[in-house]
Design a protein around this ligand. Structure first.
Ligand SMILES: [Zn+2]
Length: 170
């Protein structure tokens, strides 16, 4: 006799499957988009030395470089422990560093196809969000997120919900 899944499980699977597929495919999609770009060895050396700076300051050894037309325009490493800054991820700091050189309008005018974000690890959800917001399409990382962490994210996202409501300002 054919066994069927309960209805609520089917609904959950239908709702969750695009999220799961996106989470699983993101590294492959980003790697695919970035595959035409060339990554220079000196960038990787700079990335690793910035990781070491982060580690020497008691941070997670994560660093990021923002590259535009073969020049490093922003660099950063994790600072969220030292500066008690919840946004202090390496990718955000690299973007902040670039914004010190370019104002917002200049940054917006840069050719999106010539921007590369190079990071130590696959970016977290927050950094993926900010990278997406600034339309940086080429992302390279040295190490993927461990599978256990990917699964943790996936389940956390499935359990998480928030209440968002429009209110009227009188
Ligand atoms: Zn991050």
């Amino acid at each position: 006799m054919k066994k069927c899944l309960p209805n609520h499980t089917k609904v959950l699977l239908v709702i969750a499957s695009p999220l799961i597929i996106t989470l699983i495919l993101f590294p492959y999609i980003s790697r695919e988009l970035g595959s035409a770009k060339e990554i220079h060895k000196q960038w990787i050396d700079s990335l690793i030395s910035l990781q070491d700076v982060a580690a020497s300051r008691g941070e997670f050894p994560v660093s990021a470089l923002l590259i535009y037309k073969d020049s490093i325009i922003g660099s950063g490493y994790n600072t969220f422990r030292k500066l008690n800054d919840p946004l202090g991820h390496a990718e955000v700091n690299a973007l902040r560093n670039a914004f010190e050189k370019y104002n917002y309008h200049q940054f917006r005018r840069l050719n999106r196809d010539s921007l590369i974000m190079l990071t130590s690890y696959e970016p977290c959800m927050m950094c993926k969000g900010i990278i997406c917001h600034h339309e940086i399409r080429h992302i390279f990382y040295l190490k993927p997120k461990p599978l256990r962490k990917k699964i943790d994210y996936c389940f956390r996202n499935l359990r998480y919900y928030f209440k968002i409501r429009k209110i009227r300002a009188e």
